[in-house]
Design a protein around this ligand. Structure first.
Ligand SMILES: [Zn+2]
Length: 510
């Protein structure tokens, strides 16, 4: 399907070209000093133009959303998405298109989740199961409700776990929020194990024990990295949680009926990352990874998480191919699976290509929703921030884009950071993403075509700039240097809690 380019896209493209024209022919004024990017300008201009005028990211996202649909890793739908990715990459004209198989430790399927207040007053509750969790007995159970403060789980376990047998436990937030959010997230998993061991029948709480965002919305999601929890856990709409919290606050005994049914496999399930390339002309062995994640949750169709990143990755490839310019180094486009269960596809990629990691230069990942790119998070590589900032400033026709050395472990940039590379997270201004991601409203209508094309173009430009600059941008840092950086940024805390710390005792204390 081919769609007309929308008016806002044309306007942005127009300003972009006008900007270049002024830079190139500034009349009688003295010419600006040559910038490091001047040699790349013809290629970047052409890629920018094709990106804004000549790609199919939006209709591809519509196909992926409506025709392929939800794509839980290891499911038949995700396997269909893998085939869709291979077919689309070939259609665009990428080379060496192939699937790189890996296995997820368990397959998981949602069947149903229902809950209601029995007393004091009957009320149907809006709940959905979290991912990779267990089931109640068939037909569900009746149980009284107790709460735990997720900001103080250790004390709750010590003082109250003897009272959890036969109860539904609801996670609440009381007191000051802990400073390290990822560390707090990491502590919720061990709590779920203790709750199960203590005989609780179910837990109400989102990722990290968090509360739902938005009106009458649930947010599913995994509760750990590469982990299955036997206890059923549900996300509940914020309004319903408020009702339960008010009843508890007034000292009422709250009795619920809850019925959660899921299916989990005994054996690992097969899945794969989807890979295609634009080979480099001079240094084909040097690789810049560009990607997003193909897998999604299943309450809707995964359009913003991360259908957008899939579409921009494919759109970036199309923009570069149609420009006719070819980079000095290889750009490898990768659609990862298993991101939602703990960055499993990108971890598998780094493991598969371990021997070839010294030839990798960077990874450019887009997975922050439907908004415009605003920053290049350089994954702790502060040595690259000046060059990245200088380049980002040339993209001002696309809005303000800056660069910093922030690390992002909430998406597939993370494993590349652990490998010592600039795992670049394209940060985005996506205020509605906190409602759409993992929820029943993550649908295609939430995505704006002009912003999608713009983000695909920015991703293409960043990738090509890295792949085609005369000097190699980066080589992997030695492990001790990465470890030291991550300890300094306090990222080591949750990485150790999740079992993701590959550096042993390196890095010292902050
Ligand atoms: Zn995502």
């Amino acid at each position: 399907m081919i769609r007309k380019v929308s008016a806002p896209a044309l306007v942005v493209a127009f300003f972009f070209f006008v900007g270049i024209a002024f830079a190139a022919t500034a009349g009688n004024r003295p010419a600006p000093p040559p910038s490091a990017n001047d040699a790349l300008l013809p290629a970047l201009s052409s890629i920018a133009g094709h990106g804004m005028l000549d790609i199919h990211a939006y209709p591809e996202l519509e196909d992926l959303s409506d025709d392929v649909g939800a794509r839980v890793t290891g499911s038949p739908q995700c396997n269909a998405a893998i085939q869709w990715g291979l077919d689309t990459m070939k259609k665009i004209g990428l080379q060496n298109v192939h699937a790189e198989p890996w296995q997820i430790f368990r397959g998981w399927t949602r069947i149903s989740a229902d809950a209601e207040i029995i007393s004091p007053a009957p009320h149907k509750l809006m709940v959905d199961s979290m991912g990779w969790v267990g089931s109640t007995p068939a037909g569900g159970v009746d149980a009284d409700l107790v709460t735990v403060n997720v900001y103080n789980l250790q004390q709750e376990e010590e003082q109250n776990s003897s009272n959890w047998r036969g109860k539904v436990i609801m996670a609440v937030q009381q007191g000051p929020r802990p400073e390290n959010g990822m560390a707090a997230f990491a502590q919720f998993g061990p709590f779920l194990k203790k709750a199960h061991d203590a005989g609780a029948v179910a837990v109400i709480g989102g990722q990290g024990g968090g509360k739902s965002q938005g009106m009458h919305l649930t947010h599913t999601g995994a509760l750990g990295f590469n982990t299955y929890y036997d206890i059923p856990v549900v996300s509940i709409a914020a309004e319903d949680q408020e009702i339960l919290e008010r009843l508890i606050a007034h000292g009422k005994t709250v009795r619920l009926h809850i019925n959660v049914q899921n299916k989990v496999t005994d054996a690992p399930a097969n899945t794969a990352n989807v890979v295609g390339e634009i080979p480099g002309t001079e240094h084909p062995e040097q690789i810049i990874v560009v990607g997003g994640h193909l897998d999604s949750w299943d309450l809707a169709e995964g359009s913003t998480d991360d259908g957008v990143g899939v579409a921009t990755t494919l759109g970036a490839a199309e923009a570069i191919i149609r420009s006719g310019f070819r980079p000095l180094r290889t750009i490898r486009f990768v659609l990862f699976t298993g991101e939602e269960e703990g960055l499993l596809g990108s971890l598998a990629y780094v493991k598969t290509h371990k021997a070839d990691m010294p030839n990798h230069v960077a990874a450019v990942i887009l997975d922050n929703g439907q908004g415009p790119v605003t920053a290049l998070n350089m994954g702790g590589r502060d040595d690259l921030v000046p060059a990245a900032s200088q380049f980002a400033s040339t993209l001002d026709a696309f809005g303000t884009i800056t660069a910093n050395d922030n690390t992002e472990f909430g998406t597939d940039a993370g494993p590349f950071i652990l490998a010592g590379l600039p795992g670049i997270n394209l940060d985005q201004d996506s205020p509605e993403y906190r409602y759409t991601h993992h929820s029943p409203v993550d649908t295609f209508d939430k995505v704006d075509e002009a912003i999608l094309d713009r983000d695909a173009t920015v991703q293409a430009l960043v990738a090509f700039w890295i792949a085609d600059r005369p000097e190699r941008l980066a080589s992997p840092w030695p492990p001790e240097k990465s470890a030291e950086m991550l300890v300094r940024k306090h990222d080591d805390v949750f990485l150790k809690l999740f079992g993701l710390w590959p550096f042993g005792n390196q890095g010292g204390q902050p």
